[in-house]
Write a protein that binds this ligand. Structure first.
Ligand SMILES: NC(=O)c1ccc[n+]([C@@H]2O[C@H](COP(=O)([O-])OP(=O)(O)OC[C@H]3O[C@@H](n4cnc5c(N)ncnc54)[C@H](O)[C@@H]3O)[C@@H](O)[C@H]2O)c1
Length: 395
């Protein structure tokens, strides 16, 4: 690294912000800032020396149970794991360096020594499994989405979280990608103002379908899996979608032919336009048939600035620290843009600090439920539908 670059890096580390590339737009002084510049090497500071006793369930096609680094976190002891298939159980035990397993989630949650469970099972079971975990007095982190196609499940889930008072977190990976994380910091520091328009995109083209437990992925409604997209508005602002109109596309894949899937779903691709609670609009999509596209991304356009990727363009003179929290030594950043370690660390830290996790049940449902309603709209040729809201009870 050159001397100049080192000086600039040190300055950025000290200030916790970056600021360069000034230009004029419509008479206003705009700045262009890249959040990746000056990614300071933050040091991790422990908040406790307590170890949370964790159980991990699910080691399916994505091997997700072991992918979030719980087994490497200094504040975690992985007490036991589970999967319905014995070979997957064995694989999860090995990957988590854990010598205890149970034959199912339902048996694991009877272990009174376990304080928290990571649910990495099939999406249609998430809400039911999380409710069971909470009812057994344990905190829970779940893989996405929070509920699968069922508003009733969402209602039961929020009711159970409220009744038990335990921690619930959804592991939405986009929320901890570096761009979305930076957007959230800038939004809350006022760098965008109100968001006029935003976009969230999850393209996942597959020439052949991926396997899954009881074939839950086969022919599934695209926006029942909306959270990688909706994170780029809800996970940035904490605001809400209020109504939606959605268009479905009938791609040429066998799993979406009439009668070919358990959901009676004809759509390979869905593109939704939402109205937001701050008076803007948002286009969120999940597309499976756009050839060759596999990407999770998003953008926000506000009254004071806009952002795509990690580059901010706007009028804010001072920007907050946009770098993600430091991870404990030994915890890998992991997949999906280095979000996995951030998510497990946030969940564990929220338990240690007895605070709401970032993607708590209200944010999780605000990212999940609008996709369920969008699919209903697509089935009705784009009819505009209202979105039920799940917000905390007013004090
Ligand atoms: N970027 C992301 O956030 C991302 C990426 C990939 C997968 N996921 C999510 O991760 C989850 C896991 O994905 P996958 O592809 O491995 O799923 P999968 O369907 O292949 O596997 C699910 C596993 O859960 C196990 N299981 C189901 N019920 C159980 C029970 N009662 N007790 C114990 N085990 C049980 C099954 O035996 C199976 O091995 C999914 O919900 C998926 O949506 C998220």
């Amino acid at each position: 690294m050159s001397d100049n670059a080192m000086v600039r890096r040190d300055f950025l580390q000290t200030m916790g912000k970056v600021s360069f590339g000034t230009l004029m737009a419509g008479g206003l002084s705009m700045q262009t800032v890249n959040a990746r510049e000056g990614q300071a090497q933050k040091a991790w500071t422990p908040v406790s020396d307590r170890k949370i006793r964790v159980g991990i369930v699910g080691y399916g096609v994505c091997r997700f149970g072991a992918a979030f680094g719980f087994q490497d976190h200094p504040n975690v002891e992985v007490v036991a794991v589970s999967d319905l298939f014995p070979d997957r159980r064995q694989g999860l035990m090995k990957a988590c360096r854990c010598d205890k397993s149970y034959e199912s989630l339902e048996v694991l949650i009877k272990d009174k020594s376990i304080e928290a469970v990571f649910v990495a099972t099939d999406a249609p079971s998430h809400a039911r499994h999380c409710i069971e975990v909470l009812k057994h007095g344990k905190h829970v982190m779940t893989a996405v989405p929070a509920a699968y196609g069922s508003i009733e499940d969402a209602e039961k889930l929020v009711e159970t979280v409220q009744r038990t008072g335990l921690k619930y977190m959804m592991a939405e990976t986009s929320c901890f990608r570096d761009d979305c994380y930076a957007m959230r910091q800038i939004y809350h520091a006022g760098g965008f103002g109100r968001i006029v328009y935003s976009e969230g995109e999850y393209y996942h083209y597959l020439a052949k379908p991926i396997g899954s437990y009881k074939n839950w992925r086969l022919g599934s409604p695209p926006l029942w899996y909306p959270t990688h997209s909706t994170a780029y508005y809800i996970g940035v602002t904490g605001k809400r979608f209020t109504c939606v109109s959605c268009v479905g596309f009938r791609g040429d894949f066998d799993a979406y032919k009439s009668g070919a899937n358990q959901y009676n779903n004809p759509f390979t691709d869905e593109v939704a336009l939402y109205q937001t609670s701050e008076g803007g609009s948002s286009r969120m999509l999940m597309c499976k048939s756009a050839h060759g596209m596999i990407i999770e991304t998003g953008r926000v356009y506000g009254e004071r600035g806009w952002m795509e990727g990690t580059t901010y363009h706007g009028v804010a003179k001072q920007l907050p620290d946009m770098t993600r929290p430091a991870l404990p030594p030994g915890v890998p950043a992991g997949g999906h843009g280095g979000s996995h370690g951030q998510l497990s660390n946030e969940f564990i830290t929220s338990i240690l600090q007895d605070r709401l996790p970032m993607v708590n049940v209200y944010e999780a449902l605000a990212m999940t439920v609008p996709g369920i309603v969008a699919h209903q709209s697509a089935l009705k040729d784009g009819e505009t539908l209202k979105i039920p809201q799940f917000d905390p009870p007013r004090a």
